[in-house]
Write a protein that binds this ligand. Structure first.
Ligand code: PEP
Length: 250
């Protein structure tokens, strides 16, 4: 059985006081969510503060991005070991905002995924199609290409520990949510692909999250799909009550 993972991506939002207050509200409630993993991903500069609030609580700490480089002259970049040093256990990689605004490629994602695993961080590798790709009937092809490009060279053992997030780009921050059937179709195909590339046991272990306008009122149906193992939440993760309501639906 895969344990559901409910992850909040705070993006470039909140200040120190806001991040602390949100972490405290989640941490206070989190002992009642023992059957699922909760994860929050604040901006880099608040990782330590949020981590200290979560300390002893049931929520995990993650980052939103990282460099694939270990150290050196890379101004403005943050390494995997720095994230670990700040208490992070997870890192979101290849979010559509990184892919589309900052032009990160599958090859970049691959280097980051390997570097995250090498440092002992769990990568949450995001994949997702654009609206025009869906409308052209290319969803499966796009997702499979992103998967293969981002995960090349990852062993079966590390694959089992990798989290995949299916985030249709047209559903992120738009209020347009994929139907539970649309989400399940892609998740099932991703699991089939993992079985093809690795084996059935590995495919059975990988957690595949759905992301894209998940809210308290649509969470139960999405999370009720057999291959949806949790959610990656943007906007609704900034309000503790909404984030926790989504977690309760898992
Ligand atoms: C996201 O940014 O990963 C996301 C899914 O955002 P939202 O929930 O706001 O659509």
């Amino acid at each position: 059985m895969r344990k559901p993972l409910i992850a909040g991506n705070w993006k470039m939002n909140l200040d120190g006081a806001g991040a602390t207050a949100l972490a405290r509200a989640i941490s206070d409630a989190s002992p009642s969510y023992g059957k699922i993993d909760l994860l929050v991903c604040p901006p880099f500069v608040y990782l330590k503060t949020v981590g200290s609030v979560l300390n002893g609580g049931a929520a995990l700490l993650g980052a939103q991005n990282m460099s694939h480089e270990k150290s050196g002259a890379f101004t403005g970049e943050i390494s995997a070991s720095m994230l670990k040093d700040c208490g992070a256990t997870h890192v979101i990689l290849g979010h559509s905002e990184r892919r589309h605004i900052y032009k990160e490629t599958d090859a970049d994602m691959n280097k980051k995924t390997l570097a995250a695993h090498a440092a002992g961080l769990v990568p949450i590798v995001c994949v997702g199609e654009l609206l025009e790709e869906r409308e052209a009937g290319r969803t499966a092809e796009v997702i499979r290409t992103q998967f293969d490009g981002s995960l090349a060279g990852v062993s079966a053992e590390l694959m089992a520990a990798t989290v995949i997030a299916y985030e249709p780009v047209w559903a992120i921050g738009t209020g347009k949510v994929a139907t539970p059937q649309q989400a399940e179709e892609v998740h099932a195909d991703l699991r089939k692909l993992i079985a093809e590339r690795y084996n059935a046991a590995t495919a059975d272990q990988v957690r595949i999250l759905y992301g894209g306008s998940v809210k308290p009122d649509n969470a139960a149906e999405l999370l009720g799909q057999p291959n949806v193992d949790g959610a990656l939440i943007g906007g609704a993760s900034l309000k503790a009550e909404d984030f926790l309501a989504i977690a309760a639906a898992g």
